[in-house]
Design a protein. Structure first.
Length: 382
């Protein structure tokens, strides 16, 4: 067995666990906390609640909410300026993946300086980051436990993938109660993002026995609970299961990395500012079809994790049940059927295909993928 490493923050999980935020930051030496959130979290009341927990621990704070759905490079610059001007010494992210990615990027630049573009790629961070605590309010991104931050380069119109163990937060607090304020569409999109993390990390060239266990269990949880979680904001059992699925998929992909779905969907988000999970959901079955040749045994295991009966089937037929299961889930969740519905046009494909093959996530895709292969898949999904 090759040498592998598994990185994770301290994890606090369960209903009501958000109440541990202030104490967690105090343990890390925080005195004044830079709180990164977004307008949706403010409206839902979660930012107000978390600030109460900071007050309870006698922690000063500064709230910053100027982050959009796909965080932009100029937003990170603004956040860093505000962080430095307000004399904060710790970062707290609360929100979906966009808020958490922005919080990590702000923490990065606050001690390493320059612009976020300098850190695109793998392991380009040289100085320690301030203490970081992340509180997700969606079940999808896994950013609260990952070594990734995804930021849009508005000049090149693409998403930069920044990968470093330095970006793994010190503490992740996963409170399923936060999921009850999310719409059906957001629940479906973020859930499909978590599913993509689980599947891509499972078949990744960098997968290990440890990451594979997390990936497969996440798939099992999502196959059972994403539909009911989308159907009802008040299904607490489904919300808790999806929070656990997102956490486990996040741990898996942080350590095993991802694949072509994310390499391609990053380009959609950078070009069209589309919801990340929605792009993943549309691309996932097409990329699975392409990757089928590389790893049919794992596809059979994915089908079994979905609850498909594969007994008596040949390896190929059993493996193809995994792709069908993903199709059926996306259809039931009313995910758009084509990238055209997200605004992609034929004239965009050449540019985004060129960018996709250079995305860091492409390195661990299990089947070699050329620019022509990427273009073909984009056209199939169009």
């Amino acid at each position: 067995m090759r040498i592998s490493k598994f990185m994770t923050p301290e994890i606090i999980f369960g209903p009501g666990s958000m109440s541990q935020t202030g104490e967690s930051l105090r343990r890390l030496g925080a005195e004044k906390v830079f709180v990164v959130s977004d307008p949706g979290v403010i409206q839902a009341g979660w930012a107000k609640e978390i600030i109460r927990y900071l007050h309870d621990c006698r922690l000063d704070y500064h709230l910053w909410t100027n982050v959009s759905e796909n965080p932009k490079d100029y937003e990170i610059n603004q956040g860093v300026s505000e962080y430095l001007a307000t004399d904060c010494n710790a970062v707290l992210g609360i929100g979906g993946g966009s808020a958490l990615d922005a919080a990590k990027a702000i923490a990065l630049i606050s001690t390493n300086h320059g612009t976020i573009h300098l850190y695109e790629g793998v392991d380009k961070i040289s100085h320690p980051l301030p203490p970081m605590v992340m509180v997700p309010t969606t079940a999808g991104s896994g950013s609260e436990v990952s070594q990734f931050s995804i930021i849009t380069d508005t000049t090149r119109r693409l998403k930069m993938t920044i990968v470093s163990k330095s970006l793994i937060p010190d503490i992740a607090i996963i409170d399923p109660d936060t999921l009850v304020t999310k719409s059906a569409r957001l629940t479906a999109n973020t859930g499909m993002d978590a599913l993509t993390h689980a599947i891509e990390s499972y078949i990744s060239l960098a997968a290990t026995p440890l990451t594979e266990r997390f990936s497969l269990h996440a798939i099992e949880l999502i196959s059972k609970h994403l539909r009911p979680s989308t159907a009802s904001q008040h299904n607490r059992e489904a919300k808790e299961a999806m929070a656990m699925a997102s956490l486990q998929a996040g741990l898996a992909f942080s350590n095993a990395v991802l694949g072509a779905v994310h390499a391609m969907s990053h380009q959609l988000g950078g070009l069209l500012d589309t919801p990340h999970g929605e792009g993943n959901a549309i691309l996932l079955p097409y990329v699975m079809e392409f990757n089928f040749l590389a790893t049919p045994e794992k596809y059979r295991n994915i089908a079994e994790a979905f609850g498909e009966n594969v007994s008596g089937l040949s390896l190929n037929d059993a493996a193809k049940q995994a792709i069908k299961a993903v199709h059926h889930l996306a259809r039931d969740l009313e995910i758009p059927e084509s990238l055209a519905k997200l605004g992609l046009m034929e004239e965009h494909i050449e540019e985004i295909s060129q960018n996709a093959v250079h995305d860091a996530c492409m390195i661990t895709n299990p089947r070699d993928m050329s620019e022509a292969d990427v273009s073909k898949i984009f056209r199939q999904a169009l």
